[in-house]
Design a binder for this molecule. Structure first.
Ligand SMILES: [Zn+2]
Length: 79
């Protein structure tokens, strides 16, 4: 039987970590394998810095390619 969110009362799934309706953190299920090491200093979801760096590099490469293509297209035709 699925539980309910303590904040908004929305029906939630047992595997949900946060309520998809209001975003409230849900109580971990009994016997959960996940055990955070007591570091609960922020409510923001943990984003891996490697993922953030990958996205930043990908964006920079795409922007450089766009600028390079604009420079190429702006040149006078050789013939
Ligand atoms: Zn909720």
């Amino acid at each position: 039987m699925a539980g309910k969110c303590e904040r908004c009362g929305q029906t939630i799934l047992p595997d949900d970590a946060v309520c998809w309706q209001c975003g409230a953190r849900l109580m971990p299920a009994s016997g959960a394998a996940i055990s955070p090491t007591g570091k609960d200093d922020a409510d923001m979801p943990a984003i891996a810095w490697t993922t953030l760096a990958y996205l930043a590099v990908s964006t920079a490469v795409i922007l450089l390619l766009l600028v390079w293509m604009m420079i190429i297209l702006a040149q006078q035709p050789l013939l």
